[in-house]
Design a protein around this ligand. Sequence first.
Ligand code: AMP
Ligand code: ZN
Length: 469
Amino acid sequence: MRTGLYIFDTKERDLKEVCAKNGFEVSIYCCGPTVYRDAHVGNLRTFLLGDLIKRTLTFSGFESNLIQNITDVGHMAEDLVGNEIGEDKLLAQSKVEAIDPFEIARKYEANFHFDLAKLNVIPANSYPKASETIDLMLKLIAELIASDHAYLGSDGCVYFSATSYPRYGEISGNKLDSLKPGYRHEHVEDGAKRFHADWALWKAAANRTEMIWDSPWGPGFPGWHIECSAMSLHFLEGNVDLHLGGIDLRFPHHENERAQSNSAVGYEVVENWVHGEHLLFEGRKMSKSAGNVVLLNDVIAKGLDPLSLRLCFLENRYRSQMDLTWESLRAADATLERWRKKMLQWQDEGEIENRFVSDFCDGSLTDIKEDLDTPRALQKLRRLEKDELVSGATKAACFNSLDAIYGLEFAREPKAKAEATPEILDLLEKRSSARAAKDFGQSDELRDKLLKLGISIKDSSAGQDWDWI
Ligand code: AMP
Ligand code: ZN
């Protein structure tokens, strides 16, 4: 089934039409978060790419099935150049926070869903967790061993034999003969791997006591790449029409996933490898060391509508390395407010010209179906806003209809402060007192509680003010 939606395929290095191989729904797999910390706005940009595609397909009348995994085991920490340095990110964070690793996972998983809801992301069809699908991975690893694509190393780990998949490297261009020993592959004892670019599918527990499972090769835990092969093959029944992730996942994550999945089933599993470019913040790569990691809660804490982040992303092509700034977020916030106010006026101005609305929406959809050119479609929306020849009611109808793709809540009316519940009023009162008493720990705790209830706080010299998010 053809959809008329064209997206750039990293492997083919060209635009490719999205087609549903099974004839009734487009199957999409999006690499999900590693839940050892809050997702930053860069991660969220990649997750919103999945939402934009899903919404575009729905608007065009097609069904989709989006699976997004939750990595809660087996993602190792990396050094500055990307080499795995042996510690599971979840276990490392569990030591930092002194709580059980599964509790860490559930805490950040809940925060991830909270962020997605604030960004109006339509939930994926399923969010399978790595820790709950170990059996799928064990089965796949056993199949790969049986077909000689994998072997048990002398260190008790199971490795994928990179040379057993001759087409390795087609996504990223990193062919096996050009890979230097050690690059991006975990360090192991000499002789455990047969070839330097082989990677672990199953890691022996060794000294590790938490987050380990029994396997035919002894207790241990899965590698990160096998998780995505096992889940995509299982939940999407062996055919992935679109596979999404950030550009950094091209290599080795997606290259390894492709080798594993294709070797297991004997055909090309993924039709189209789609990668979102990275987000910069104020001109620099977002990183802890640069001190410029921004979370959605930071955006909300500044009194900005979380959907202003969504608008900023839509105003940049997913394949451009976009630079987000506080200034662009403030501008997007002001634009949203202006549009929502105008929507209230427009509704009562004149008649809806239905023909115009359907032509306008078709035109926007055509732009978006051309490799998700939302910046172009939004420029047209801005021109429509100013067009004096079009009735207000018609403009409102166009905005409303296209909101099914943009997800910006154009028709949202400001919520009255009078709608605050007694619980909210009580927390606001307590926070104000805590702040006056300079008890900042308590005041921050109350701010977080209020945030969860949909309230953002603004502090100024005049005191505490608040609004609905
Ligand atoms: P992680 O939680 O580290 O597994 O990453 C989740 C997703 O975010 C992956 O698809 C990454 O490729 C993506 N990602 C990481 N950093 C950025 C960034 N700065 N901009 C956009 N996407 C990113
Ligand atoms: Zn993945």
